[in-house]
Design a protein around this ligand. Structure first.
Ligand code: URP
Ligand code: ZN
Ligand code: ZN
Ligand code: ZN
Length: 461
């Protein structure tokens, strides 16, 4: 793999097959000064490096996290700036830029979280898109009192998103139901990780998913549903797309690679971090929101929908907490910091479960791991394509190679701290806006004024 290469370097990759999302051709790739002159890259659309969350801080920072990304063939990440309620979006942006710029080893972009609403927030969103290079805005329907927006606030936020040519993103889970269900579980003495899933079931995810789609569709605003974790919410997205809603769904490496049956394991550490994915998670637990699902057919089902474009792209939601951090919730699942990893293994998991299983071809693999993200966030073909003029984020991929994922085999490449660049994401991506602008052209019926009789309403005194 070659990425973040020295600027004057010349590299020739011979004898391979160049795989883009629409073609596979035998070709040599010649790279000069970081640009492809003749000639697979990976974009993780969803990470949280060094996120301060639930009383602690995610252990993968912008250095170790992006180094792991490059090791696994991901050459760009899109991370989230998450201001606290009441905090300025622009100040949070400056904080995250500083954290990232001094450490990133691969190129990166940002999404902005909108965790509260006011006219000033709307004005700052406009600055984000016009001056700061952020075109996507994530809203939370969960994390009541911390990040959750009401339907009315989401409405105003999405209205603004549409006006400025952005992409609305949503964490779809009903936060009110989660809070009430969690109280019920604790009252019943269910304090372990199984309670985490039981209070945020598929229904809780799917209801929010449908509600977000409805709000966005009322506004003709393109919507991106992050971390799709259940069969029923995936079907809700597929159904909305069939009705013409402009909505995309992002399953993650964890939901495609593992189910949530381990939440019921007798051993607490095991329950908070399932064996198979625990390898990938390298000792971080499995508790995340929305949870992995107890239905063991979920990963294959999500992969089928991904292969057939009912779901569109993949991230990881890489937000790692080690076992001791997870143990903050040893007596109350509500206090387990939510998050999984996967940034190093997303490409391999999707190749193994998607391509090696015969569900998708290598072109579709490139689409769901890279090109579609580049198109959605309006950075295609600079990113997401191997072609003359594109950035030389090239992954050399051996389709026959196998390895066992474990903390021990997580080896690292040589990288340069701080060498990644911030990639601005411009407004009005045609992938999301191409169809919907026409729909705003509403037509009023011209008619003669009505001059007939009208009843008199009684006057109230
Ligand atoms: O559990 C999760 N998903 N942690 C990261 C924050 C988020 O909601 O994406
Ligand atoms: Zn989320
Ligand atoms: Zn165990
Ligand atoms: Zn996330």
């Amino acid at each position: 793999m070659a990425s973040a290469m020295a600027q004057k370097e010349r590299i020739l990759i011979k004898g391979g097959i160049v795989v883009n999302d629409d073609e596979m051709i035998e070709a040599d790739v010649f790279i000069e000064s970081g640009l492809i002159k003749r000639s697979k890259s990976g974009i993780d659309s969803h990470t949280h490096m060094q996120l301060p969350f639930m009383g602690t801080v995610a252990i993968d920072d912008f250095y170790s996290g992006t180094r792991a990304a490059l090791t696994g063939g991901t050459t760009m990440i899109i991370d989230f700036v998450i201001p606290k309620k009441g905090e300025s979006l622009l100040e949070a942006y400056d904080t995250w830029r500083k954290w990232a710029d001094e450490k990133v080893c691969c190129d990166y972009a940002f999404h902005m979280a909108v965790t509260w609403w006011s006219e000033e927030v709307g004005e700052e969103m406009e600055i984000c898109i016009k001056e700061k290079g952020i075109n996507s805005f994530k809203t939370f329907m969960a994390y009541k009192d911390v990040m959750m927006l009401t339907d009315e606030e989401m409405y105003h936020c999405y209205k603004k998103v549409k006006e400025i040519g952005g992409i609305a993103q949503v964490h779809a889970e009903n936060g009110t139901l989660i809070a009430e269900n969690a109280k019920k579980m604790i009252a019943l003495g269910i304090t372990g990780p199984e309670g985490h899933e039981m209070c945020r079931t598929e229904e809780v995810e799917t209801e929010a998913c449908v509600r977000a789609i409805t709000i966005a569709n009322q506004l003709n605003c393109p919507l991106y549903i992050v971390h799709v974790m259940s069969k029923s919410s995936a079907l809700a997205i597929a159904d909305a797309r069939r009705r013409g809603c402009v909505v995309v769904g992002e399953p993650i490496a964890a939901s495609l690679g593992a189910d949530g049956t381990s939440y019921w394991h007798k051993c607490w550490r095991h329950a908070a971090g399932d064996e198979y994915f625990r390898q990938i998670l390298s000792s971080t637990g499995h508790v995340m929101g929305p949870p992995l699902r107890p239905d063991p057919s979920t990963p294959d089902f999500l992969m089928d929908l991904l292969a057939n474009d009912d779901l569109q792209l993949t991230g990881t939601d890489n937000c790692t907490f080690n076992a001791d951090q997870k143990a903050l919730g040893k007596n109350d699942f509500r206090k387990i910091p939510n998050g999984v990893n996967g940034v190093e293994d997303r490409m391999s998991v999707i190749w193994e479960k998607g391509v090696a299983s015969g569900k998708m071809d290598p072109c579709r693999f490139v689409a769901v791991t890279s090109s579609t993200a580049a198109k959605i966030f309006n950075i295609y073909p600079r990113k997401g394509r191997i072609a003359p003029g594109s950035d030389a984020d090239v992954v050399v991929w051996d389709p026959e190679a196998t390895r066992v994922i474990s903390a021990k085999t997580h080896h690292q490449v040589n990288v340069v701290r701080g060498s990644g660049r911030f990639v601005p994401t411009p407004p009005f991506p045609s992938y999301m806006y191409g169809r919907i602008m026409k729909r705003d052209e509403l037509v009023k019926v011209e008619r003669e004024p009505y001059n007939g009789p009208v009843i008199k309403l009684p006057t109230v005194d």
